[in-house]
Design a protein. Structure first.
Length: 408
């Protein structure tokens, strides 16, 4: 068995599946993925829980499977959250420097950060995350640390992510109901980004798009910091619904057809090629044109990517994406997805893979595990910060003991 303090678990309650990933943080800070658990679910719609009883049982199944593979007992988890209620925006705080020589001190920095955090969210919303961006001194931006500079006006930008309190509590209440502690809730788009991105990509500028079954999350990084984020309540289920309606087949068969024969681009050479629609036993019940399936699926995928591109253009950040676009989530498995994305965004696009972790290589290479792996990486970062804070307090206590002559 592993030491409990070294074990970190991430839980993603997705529209189509529950995923639990377990990681072990080693003494040298490296992270090793040691267990994975999954379960299909019918109790989630557009990333939000609509049938707690069904979801609770599915979470139990996924947790048990992950525990068995990792040979550990999971007692706490970092949980991903998404949904139409989650919003991200940038907020600026300012502070007037009052010292006689206008030299900016650490106290000025703390004041401007506190001012920026004084955000008037809607009464029914809860802060999920605020990320400090760059400082500005008398209108000059892009400053990482203004201490020691001279100026009369100090400003700082935060990227703020928040969501409806009751919908967030639906998630945490369910998890606590099965005797698991919630360490923290994390925006799914941020978790996916943590799994995929290298420091170089975050510095150059990159867009991460997580193409899920019911939602699509995206996040923009530039100069090493989170610049923009958002959630679309469209995902792979839209293509499935259109296939079911257009071809007059069940949703289950439409989903299977999408996975087997769907494409982000239409193959004009397919001509009259036919593909079979099968039942639960694998028996063919009808045939449809391959180009018809591709047309329905590609239109929906193109729609999602174009919405993201339009929102990115409105934010004025497109020119910052020197590292291009990374795709993850189940939708990233779609045939020709990167070709379509490059056509829409007019830059390099590729399917992302987890980095900075070791362990189960098959899991790390699959784009649909990005969120859960990112949760484990988020937990590892929090654990390292907690350890550093503890060491700082221990050193301070030793100093006080020596000062008072209490040292042993």
């Amino acid at each position: 068995m592993f030491e409990e303090t070294n074990i970190i678990a991430g839980l993603e309650i997705g529209t189509s599946k529950i995923c639990v990933v377990v990681g072990e943080q080693k003494a040298d800070g490296s992270l090793n993925i040691i267990g994975v658990g999954q379960a299909l679910t019918q109790g989630v719609r557009k990333g939000e829980i609509i049938n707690p009883q069904l979801v609770e049982e599915d979470v139990r199944i996924a947790v048990a499977e992950a525990e068995q593979m990792a040979n550990v007992e999971i007692r706490s988890v970092f949980v991903a959250v998404t949904g139409s209620h989650i919003k991200g925006f940038n907020h600026r705080g300012f502070h007037r420097v009052l010292s006689a020589d206008y030299e900016i001190t650490q106290e000025d920095v703390e004041d401007v950060i506190n001012n920026a955090k004084a955000i008037n969210l809607p009464m029914d919303h809860t802060l999920i995350l605020d990320v400090r961006q760059h400082f500005m001194v008398d209108g000059e931006g892009g400053i990482a640390d203004p201490v020691g500079m001279h100026g009369a006006r100090l400003e700082v930008d935060l990227h703020v992510i928040h969501g409806k309190t009751n919908r967030l509590q639906n998630v945490t209440r369910l998890v606590r109901g099965i005797s698991l502690q919630v360490n923290d809730v994390v925006f799914s788009g941020l978790a996916s980004s943590l799994a995929l991105l290298t420091p170089e990509q975050k510095d150059l500028g990159v867009l991460v798009i997580d193409l899920g079954a019911g939602t699509t999350e995206y996040a923009v990084f530039s100069e090493g910091i989170l610049r923009h984020s958002g959630v679309l309540t469209v995902g792979g289920d839209h293509a499935t619904n259109d296939l079911a309606y257009g071809l007059k087949i069940s949703l289950h068969r439409a989903e299977k057809l999408k996975l087997q024969h769907g494409s982000a681009l239409i193959d004009e050479t397919a001509g009259e090629q036919m593909v079979g629609v099968t039942d639960e036993r694998g028996m063919e019940i009808k045939q449809v044109k391959a180009v018809q399936v591709q047309t329905i699926v590609s239109l929906r995928v193109e729609e999602v990517l174009k919405i993201v591109a339009e929102e990115l253009a409105q934010s004025g950040l497109t020119h910052l994406l020197r590292a291009g676009v990374l795709l993850c989530g189940g939708g990233a498995r779609m045939a020709n997805i990167t070709t379509l994305a490059e056509k829409i965004f007019q830059m390099k696009c590729e399917v992302g893979h987890a980095n900075g972790v070791s362990g189960l290589s098959q899991t790390l290479d699959e784009p649909e595990f990005a969120t859960a792996i990112g949760l484990v990486k988020y937990g590892a970062i929090q654990q390292r910060q907690s350890t550093a804070n503890l060491l700082w307090w221990l050193r301070l206590w030793d100093w006080f003991k020596n000062l008072l002559g209490l040292g042993g």
